[in-house]
Design a binder for this molecule. Sequence first.
Ligand SMILES: [Fe+2]
Length: 506
Amino acid sequence: MNPPAIVLSVNPSRRALRWLASAVALAAASAVVACGEGTGASKPKGTGGTDGGDGGGGAAGSGAIDSFPYTPAGCGYTVAPPDVAESAGNTDTFGADATPRYLHSSWPGETHTGFAVNWVTDLDTLATQMLIGKERTAVEGADAASAGVTLQYGHTMLYGSVLFADSKQRAHEVHVCGLDADTTYYYKVGGPGHWSQTYEFSTAPTPGTAAPFKFAVLGDSRSGPEIYAQIQKAAFDEGADFQLFSGDFVDNTQNQSQWEALFGGASSGFAVQDALAQRPMMPANGNHDNLSAYYNGLMALPQDVSQGESAQGEEWYSFDYANAHFVVVNSESPAATLTTQREWMRADLAKVDRAETPWIFVSFHTPTYSCASTHEGDQLPIRAAWQPVFDEFEVDFVLMGHVHNYQRTVPIRGFQPGGTEGQVAAKGANDVPVIDGAGKASGTLYVLSAGAGGDLYGVKPASECYFASKTEETNNWGLFALDGKQVAFTAYKLDGSVMDQLTFTK
Ligand SMILES: [Fe+2]
């Protein structure tokens, strides 16, 4: 049975109609999305915020969300769920399977003052709440706002495929803002009597702070949720503070069961949820994600940057963490949008003060350099559109996916005369950039890590591609460790062995 109707945003918009048309067409064509195809685009969800409590106040956030978009209490941005889905605010309604599952966290706003959590329950559960505070025992013992524990409300979205015989469920999303920087909080989600376990979450250092931190890079989990789970455990064990995912979560973005296998997975007793609930994940849209209702509805990403026709607010964005700036763009967009994103990147990167934020990373799905025959033709338009910006702003690392193996280039800066082939820049031992007296790197390193579960693709030896330094056909993930003006990068195989490692200091 359905809960009382609190249908707030069912809105037969152009996007909704397009999504339905695309879904019907897909169903007629095939139930399987081949590589390179997209699935129906639907609309994203929003970001939300909440009461901005510092975890020590005990005041409840405003609970009534009666229209979309809404501004979560304490947040400086609005949140809109996908308009193709029935969405609602919180009520204390619980179904038969109300325990939150598939938790994952992200940063729709500032990394040092807030975060968001998404989870799933049965369809009839409408309770969408978070209890958060600085003392674990206070949060664990609370069933409502109380001394030292703040209550924050979120919204829900109906979640179920029109193409597959999946039972419909409900996705939930809560945003919290106004937290203290570089501080550990404890939280749980759900509602009275039906809470998740209590998780730990640490906010980022204040932007510009040269604090040491680590982040993981991985992509293309696709049809390998077991491998994805192994990598999530490894990244968590290695102390990654967050992760960049370069796209292609599952084979068919419209297939609910594939998303559930991915977020519900485990490795050696370690649940994927235990990593993602405590370490934010910031994804790029892949061709298999295709900005679908599931992709956008299950992620809470910045919505106030990319508000184009297909974007629905979560298509491209940037964020800061300590002394590094991160840009995530959508390589799966038409040529005109590649240009739009190029100009947005130019404006975004122009605002970065390299004296206090020396490191810049850019992440997207389809690679601009790949030493493999698979998807060989995909890279040129993106390289031509975006590399001039990477060169102009001396981006340090470009992180990519799509071609299922591991590759790392030599430093590249500019194009060879008369073409769009990259120019090899000055390089030191192990093909790392040379740093000049002003602390500038000679070129950008392009790292392709697309080994988190999809069937592997062959790759040529690095010696056969003028731009390649390392290549290997293997499941893999990478870990960046930053400490002030030093960066250390390690690429791991699934068995934990190191296949590539580099360090340089600006
Ligand atoms: Fe892909």
